[in-house]
Design a protein around this ligand. Structure first.
Ligand SMILES: [Zn+2]
Length: 81
């Protein structure tokens, strides 16, 4: 996995790519406290954990070939703690 920092809020995540469409993102910190965009979204009970700036950061890295494709065929569920 590759560590990526959101270029907007600096939130750190681990990113792993399984295919062009399937990217796994693992949060390393309490994201709602780190990312202003996520803090807003946490008011809603079923909000998705996503930050558009972070997604853009990951997409740019992937386009640049900086996120290598994983050898594994299936993502491991769960969050690192
Ligand atoms: Zn963010």
């Amino acid at each position: 996995m590759r560590q990526v920092s959101c270029r907007n809020c600096g939130n750190r995540v681990l990113v792993e790519k399984y295919s062009n469409e399937h990217t796994s993102v693992q949060w390393l910190e309490e994201s709602a406290q780190v990312c202003p965009e996520l803090a807003r979204a946490s008011d809603q009970p079923f909000s998705q954990r996503s930050c558009s700036a972070l997604r853009d950061t990951i997409n740019d890295l992937a386009d640049a070939g900086a996120v290598e494709m994983s050898e594994r065929s299936y993502p491991v569920p769960g969050i690192l703690s």
